[in-house]
Design a protein around this ligand. Structure first.
Ligand SMILES: Cc1cc2nc3c(=O)[nH]c(=O)nc-3n(C[C@H](O)[C@H](O)[C@H](O)COP(=O)(O)OP(=O)(O)OC[C@H]3O[C@@H](n4cnc5c(N)ncnc54)[C@H](O)[C@@H]3O)c2cc1C
Length: 487
């Protein structure tokens, strides 16, 4: 493994202790730096963390870790970081990965694409040969784009050349898919534009790409479908063990909100101000939702202006997350429930349900759906907040019990996180990273290496997008870029 020339004295500050922050803290530690993580809340994990109530553990948001099969990005990232799978953190790959329920029809998707044909034919009611073609293409795209390492950074002539060299074969092979709208591609390949087909793919792309098929390319669509086959697992007791493992040799400052950052000495160092005082670091990794907290950069107009350019790319959606308790686990640990119940546009009508086992016959549930941020910005909503919360919790309990065909006595919704909750606890409302769409191609997204010396970004608002899989790709990309910097 490459370690560069170690400069034991360089100090690195990581701002934000979510997936991006803990992965990058570990990377810089193994490269020989002295790393400090600043996290405003009382726990690591961010959107992928957990909370406890009445001795039960609930996942806050993220429940699945994709990309765990050998060669896929999370597997590669954990190997690079010296945290192999199953070491301390009880990470298991789910099989089936996901149960999909729509209009009373139910299919189980295993982690292997070769086993999906029959289920998808049944659910989508399209010809088997068409499904086979779609799945063959998905398999190929996964191998080429997620298993084969590639690099995307244009911060120096050397890195640009390296990006072209690793990216060119992919571009030559997939440029048609990259420029073809997903909806057109689906119509051509499945020979059907029926609503059930678009509804199914929209629900998958909404949870994996944060966008619908009319905005994304055929390539993104195939990657979204393929996500289920990358080795999707979860951590037995919530994310705590993995976050602790990633930061076990790092100085972690919890309950420490960073108030401002500015470059000093021509960005040879950065001054980080928190409620507790000020410190100087040679390198800085922004792993908090910087595009939603540009005020942190207000003392440095160069930094502020640079990041401001990307602000409008944030997702317009946030999440509504219902937390519940169940005395039975229905089907897979993860269920995608596709309904038309959007509650007048407050939700997408697609509910992703995950079970976390507590003890025999007792599970906590995290049920997430999308919600438009603009709906929650209205002052009148905020004045009726507790009434709305109660209403939503009751309705969601009905939708989920009826969708799962279960008994109301076996499932109880106990709380709800709205965009306002996420704002309060995690300093963000826009959730799900920067959607990679036809209008916002990868080349426009905030890069991992900024033009400022020693300043990097690894969060879900930067390359390569959200979740464990996207952030692991970002980490691998950052690692390659650091090699070019000749540390
Ligand atoms: C409901 C939901 C379900 C999801 N499901 C999945 C899933 O199943 N699988 C998956 O892989 N991904 C999933 N995701 C996406 C995934 O959770 C996120 O993309 C990922 O957790 C983002 O990590 P991050 O480190 O970029 O940011 P965050 O998780 O937002 O972490 C940033 C951290 O920075 C801290 N912070 C903010 N401001 C400051 C400051 N000024 N000073 C110090 N600290 C600060 C915050 O408290 C936070 O802990 C889901 C997301 C949501 C919302």
């Amino acid at each position: 493994m490459w370690c560069g020339v170690r400069r034991m004295k360089d100090r690195v500050a990581v701002i934000g202790g979510g997936i991006g922050g803990t992965l990058s803290a570990r990377l810089f530690t193994i490269l020989g730096y002295e790393v400090s993580v600043f996290e405003q809340s009382d726990k690591l994990g961010g959107c992928a963390g957990y909370f406890k109530r009445d001795n039960l553990t609930f996942n806050i948001g993220a429940t699945t870790i994709g990309g765990l099969f050998s060669g896929f990005p999370v597997h590669r990232a954990l190997e690079l970081l010296g945290v192999p799978l199953n070491e301390n953190c009880e990470l298991t790959i789910s099989n089936p990965t996901m149960t999909i329920i729509r209009d009373g029809k139910k299919i189980h998707l295993s982690p292997y694409i070769s086993e999906w044909e029959e289920g998808l034919c049944y659910l989508l009611e399209v010809k088997r040969a068409c499904i086979k073609k779609l799945l063959d293409m998905t398999n190929r795209v996964l191998k080429d784009c997620l298993i084969r390492p590639f690099y995307f950074s244009f911060h120096s002539p050397k890195s640009a050349l390296k990006s072209y060299l690793t990216g060119l074969p992919l571009f030559l092979r997939y440029h048609t898919l990259y420029y073809t709208p997903a909806s057109k591609f689906l119509k051509e390949i499945l020979g059907s534009s029926e609503q059930r087909v678009s509804e199914f793919f929209n629900s998958l792309t909404l949870i994996t790409a944060q966008s619908t098929i009319n905005k994304i390319s055929a390539l993104t669509l195939l990657l979204s479908l393929g996500y289920v086959a990358t080795g999707v697992g979860s951590i037995k007791n919530g994310g705590d063990s993995l976050f602790n493992r990633l930061t076990d040799s790092v100085e972690v400052h919890l309950n420490t909100k960073v108030l401002s950052i500015r470059g000093i000495n021509n960005n040879r160092a950065y001054l980080v101000r928190t409620e507790q005082g000020e410190e100087i670091f040679e390198r800085l990794i922004l792993s908090f939702p910087v595009l939603e907290n540009l005020s942190v950069l207000r003392e440095d107009w160069q930094l502020y202006n640079y990041f401001k350019r990307f602000e409008s790319m944030k997702s317009e959606n946030s999440a509504l997350v219902f937390y519940g308790i169940s005395t039975e686990s229905r089907f897979a640990p993860h269920i995608l429930l596709i309904t038309k119940e959007t509650l007048d546009g407050i939700t997408s009508g697609i509910y992703f349900i995950s079970y976390l086992k507590q003890r025999d016959n007792l599970f906590t549930l995290t049920i997430s759906t999308h919600t438009p941020i603009r709906w929650w910005m209205d002052n009148s909503i905020q004045s009726k907040y507790s009434y709305i919360k109660k209403f939503l919790m009751e309705r969601i309990a009905e939708i989920v019990t009826s969708g799962l065909n279960t008994d109301t006595s076996k499932l109880r919704v106990v709380d709800l996180a709205t965009p306002l909750t996420f704002k309060r606890y995690l300093a963000r409302m826009s959730l799900g990273g920067i959607p990679i769409t036809m209008e916002q191609p990868i080349s426009k997204i905030l890069p991992n290496v900024t033009p400022f010396r020693g300043l990097y970004v690894l969060n879900d608002q930067s390359l390569f997008y959200q979740g464990w899989l996207g952030l692991s790709m970002g980490l691998l990309n950052l690692h390659e870029a650091l090699k070019d910097e000749k540390l």
